[in-house]
Design a protein around this ligand. Structure first.
Ligand code: SF4
Length: 708
């Protein structure tokens, strides 16, 4: 049946994959297909899209979708399912206290969803046991920002990457993981060949292929590298003494902690003295420098220290918040930043307010008119599932994420969820490795079916807009939580008619008693009409009341969000080589491939995307392969304790000897023998709680039938 022409309009929306946050034009055609193109007016991409974005139209069919609520495997009405959720959460709180329930949410949620979840848990249930899978991608950056700036502020913008004379990419395969941003850099370098790119990455990635200098650093050598750089900058006489004196504190302690020479840096990074000297000289000589970092920095036992080691170098040279300069954390998920703004982390309140500050808790509680407010940090992702495992969590609600595949110790997480007395899963799909353990499944609307906002890595808020009807009985996540909150007795506070009303509330809260005291302020949107919300153009925050949106950069003239408005140098010291060469002998690094996203529940639907990398693999150096009798394209077993994954061997000099790389995407739906996160222990950064997903220690051997 052909659609009516009135249903075939073109809608401006935002890509649901990575943190670049590209603008998309989506057009529903008369025969029901969807045409996707880049939005030429969106400031993140100016019309560009990567392979994943282009293929979005191939991922929208309803195969596998959850179309009605289910209770214990049987179809149920919304009333039945939501009443049961409210009843079981209320009963757990009444019997065991507010700490006995938890939400685990997702960077796939829209800001409006995130805000309602956070409000219900922290302000009305009275626990901070709400954490997000964004904990897995950028929590170390958040902790590093807060230690240095007193706020979780990204100081720069994408344009800085085009204006820089030197871009240092640390732990980031930007070409595959944030392709449009990489395209912007490549275009800028083509126009200005004198621009230099340094890639700091243990692997020779596609990104490293285009670098002027690739530093194949040992895993977690980054703190030593940037401590050595800080010492070098001091010795080279290129510190910005005026900026340091006027806008920072703590340099002497940071310099004392970072006092290592090139030989020590070499021994702790595996780099040659020549490589170190080239990098340090280039950095010292180039004022317009951006250091962009991602999961190779964040997903580490010392991720927060890595972030601060990088920020220290930029503060010391005053290279922050000016065109073409600054430290830049690039987020993995489409709304990791919006989740931070809405308070979706277990140690934060909404609108970048602090759970540990009495004045912030009072402000938020008064604004919400809530009966309680959480007064201590909740359980972070890994801790949360450990609490599920040991029986402390009696009721768990998981939204838009698949922790059975994406968290470390994945089999332990699976066992924990299977043992939980009451599990609710809100998802698009009827079957995921997580959803199969749910007592209640709630069908959520997905990309193209729901309305709301997302924030990208440069603090730009954009609309996601619906252009498809909600399938079956699917409903938005904010609606589901609002209904449960009302059934738990909180009618007035959760009586939202639409996402615009939630967005207005976020904006109003962000402006409460603010006057520049906090970075996140979008008070100008507090009185926005539904009509304005529908037509909202992408803008960067801050956007205080009656101001034009928004400042592209922070901190060129100081104004940090600490008590004395000065940035803090954080003394960090390299921890020394913690990698034993003893057995198990391989360091396991995990990450993305170009054309898949997370656990492939969406990109796995596209034959075109799947063709780029058809199956999971283990990258291994030729010397290791030869020593172990592993031949090209044979099947290998990667082993950690009792856990094994079977993968295709990819023998390559892109990988250093003694290390393996395995993609993280394949899981129970696509390749149950390749669930790599089952091999990674639940080890975390002590400051951020971010799992060290690149720190597995494994053995590898050829796979022979009968060996297991
Ligand atoms: Fe989507 Fe990221 Fe690709 Fe842009 S770069 S189209 S946001 S996946």
């Amino acid at each position: 049946m052909k659609l009516a022409p009135s249903d075939c309009r073109t809608v401006k929306t935002t890509c649901p994959y990575c943190g670049v946050g590209c603008g998309i034009l989506a057009r529903r055609n008369e025969e029901g297909t969807v045409t996707i193109s880049g939005d030429p007016t969106h400031p993140a991409n100016f019309g560009r899209l990567c392979s994943k974005g282009v293929a979005l139209g191939e991922t929208l069919d309803l195969e596998g979708r959850l179309l009605t609520p289910e209770v214990n495997g049987a179809s149920a009405t919304w009333d039945e399912a939501l009443s049961l959720v409210a009843e079981r959460f209320s009963a757990a709180v009444a019997e065991h206290g507010p700490e006995s329930v938890a939400f685990y949410v997702s960077g796939q949620l829209l800001t409006e969803d995130y805000y309602v979840a956070n409000k219900l848990m922290k302000g009305f249930i009275g626990s901070a046991n709400i954490d997000t899978n964004s904990r897995l991608c950028m929590a170390s950056s958040v902790a590093g920002h807060r230690r240095a700036f007193g706020s979780d502020t990204v100081p720069g913008c994408y344009e800085d990457l085009e204006l820089a004379d030197l871009i240092v990419l640390v732990g980031s395969n930007l070409a595959w993981c944030h392709p449009v941003l990489y395209q912007r850099i490549v275009a800028a370098k083509a126009a200005r060949p004198e621009m230099k790119i340094v890639v700091v990455d243990p692997r020779r990635t596609v990104t490293a292929d285009t670098a002027d200098l690739h530093l194949a650093i040992d895993p977690d050598g980054d703190v030593a590298l940037f401590c050595g750089l800080l010492s070098h900058l001091k010795n080279a006489g290129v510190l910005d003494e005026a900026y340091i004196a006027n806008h920072t504190e703590g340099l002497d302690a940071a310099l004392a902690a970072a006092d290592i020479g090139p030989e020590q840096v070499a021994s702790q990074t595996g780099l040659t003295l020549d490589e170190i000297e080239r990098f340090y000289s280039l950095f010292a000589a180039t004022e317009k420098t951006v250091t962009l970092y991602s999961q190779g920095v964040n997903q580490s036992v010392c991720g927060t220290d890595k972030v601060n080691a990088i920020i220290n170098c930029h503060l010391a040279t005053g290279r922050i918040g000016r065109p073409g300069m600054g430290p830049f954390s690039i987020t993995g998920q489409p709304n990791a930043m919006g989740g931070r703004e809405a308070g979706g982390l277990a140690n934060m309140l909404a609108c970048h307010m602090d759970l540990e500050r009495d004045d912030h808790r009072s402000l938020v509680r008064d604004f919400w008119q809530s009966p309680v407010i959480a007064d201590r940090a909740g359980l972070k992702a890994v801790e949360l599932f450990q609490a599920v495992a040991d029986g402390r969590i009696k009721a768990l609600w998981i939204m838009a994420t698949n922790p059975v595949d994406s968290l470390p110790d994945a089999d332990g997480v699976q066992a924990a969820i299977a043992s939980c007395p009451f599990v609710v899963v809100s998802d698009l799909l009827a079957e995921t490795d997580t959803a199969r353990h749910a007592h209640v499944k709630l069908p959520s609307t997905g990309w193209g079916e729901k309305d709301g906002t997302v924030t990208n890595s440069e603090r730009r808020i954009s609309r996601q807009r619906a252009f498809l009807p909600a399938p079956g009985e699917a409903k938005p996540d904010w609606w589901q939580m609002g209904q449960v909150a009302q059934l738990m007795g909180h009618h007035e506070a959760f009586d939202y008619p639409d996402p615009a009303s939630i967005f207005r509330e976020v904006a109003a809260l962000s402006a409460q008693d603010n006057a520049g005291a906090r970075d996140f302020d979008i008070g100008d949107c507090a009185d926005m009409t539904l009509h304005d919300y529908e037509r909202l153009e992408p803008f960067q925050w801050p956007r205080p009341k009656d101001t034009a949106p928004g400042d592209a950069r922070f901190f060129a003239k100081g104004g940090f969000f600490t008590a004395n408005r000065k940035a803090r140098f954080v003394p960090v010291a390299p921890a020394g080589r913690e990698i034993s060469e003893a057995s198990p002998q391989f360091r396991l690094n995990s990450g993305r491939v170009r054309d898949h996203w997370h656990t492939m529940t969406r990109t796995g639907k596209s034959a075109r995307l799947s063709a780029h990398t058809a199956e999971p693999f283990a990258e291994i150096h030729p010397d290791d392969a030869s020593r172990l009798g592993i031949t090209e394209a044979s099947i290998v077993e990667v082993i950690s304790g009792d856990h094994k994954a079977r993968l295709r061997a990819l023998i390559t000099r892109r990988q250093k000897a003694g290390r393996l790389f395995v993609p993280m995407h394949w899981n129970g739906l696509f390749a149950s023998a390749a669930r790599i996160n089952a091999l990674i222990p639940p080890v975390m950064d002590p400051h951020s709680g971010q799992p060290a997903l690149k720190s597995g220690r494994v053995a590898i051997r050829p796979f022979k039938v009968g060996l297991f």
